[in-house]
Ligand binder design. Structure first.
Ligand SMILES: [Zn+2]
Length: 230
């Protein structure tokens, strides 16, 4: 079994993404998480290939690399940042991309359950296949759309998601868990991936009840002026 992990932003380039309250950048944090996850999944006979933009430059190259590798799912790794303390994990999938939506739902459920945080858009952990559930549907022009769309474009049969486990720039009870007990985050991703690969959890969830990004005018304006998605 094969899984593609994409480290968001550049590990060595100028754009390393948002910065956590501990002073660590998105790309450095996620590179480490990806490497740890790669090791832990190896014990379950899952081969993980880590894609960085430093190495592949463009998402077209990454998409081709994922296809060549033969991955059964693709996950791009980020973390959130906002001016005021914000809570909740979220996982992005494109609208109408049913398998990706189901996998995104599983990812946020596992993060909520294992790390012990809330899912963005809901009051707390909820059962697999419940409504909304930390899943953010991305339509054209929405944040992360291009990344997801390019990868999905030539990997049509696999889930393609982008995970934002926490708002990391401000220290909260939730963000602390991702930096002080980050093995829990690795466990959560491992659990979601293994469940997907072993049990084929592709089920129907009620897309009508999931908000489509951008949800509000503030986010819409930010998307319009900020091309580079954090
Ligand atoms: Zn990011």
């Amino acid at each position: 079994m094969k899984v593609a992990l994409i480290v968001g932003h550049y590990v060595y380039g100028k754009d390393k993404g948002a910065v956590s309250y501990t002073g660590e950048t998105e790309s450095h944090y996620n590179k480490r998480i990806a490497l740890t996850l790669q090791q832990s999944l190896k014990a379950h006979d899952v081969e993980v290939k880590i894609f960085t933009r430093d190495e592949y430059r463009t998402f077209a190259n990454i998409a081709a690399g994922i296809k060549g590798f033969g991955a059964q799912l693709s996950m791009e790794m980020h973390f959130n940042s906002f001016a005021t303390a914000s809570l909740g994990c979220e996982c992005l999938a494109m609208v109408k991309d049913q398998d990706s939506i189901s996998f995104a739902d599983l990812v946020t459920d596992k993060i909520a359950e294992i790390v012990g945080v809330t899912e963005r858009g809901t009051g707390g952990p909820s059962k697999f296949n419940a409504k909304s559930d930390g899943v953010l549907l991305i339509d054209k022009g929405g944040r992360g759309f291009n990344n997801l769309n390019i990868v999905k474009g030539i990997n049509k049969t696999i889930p393609v998601v982008l995970v934002e486990p926490c708002f990391a720039n401000i220290k909260t009870e939730q963000s602390r868990k991702f930096f002080e007990s980050e093995y829990l985050y690795v466990q959560a991703l491992e659990a979601a991936i293994l469940e997907w690969l072993h049990f084929d959890c592709s089920k129907t969830i009620d897309v009508a009840n999931i908000a489509v990004s951008p949800k509000n005018t503030v986010e819409a304006i930010m998307n319009a002026v900020k091309r580079d998605y954090k």
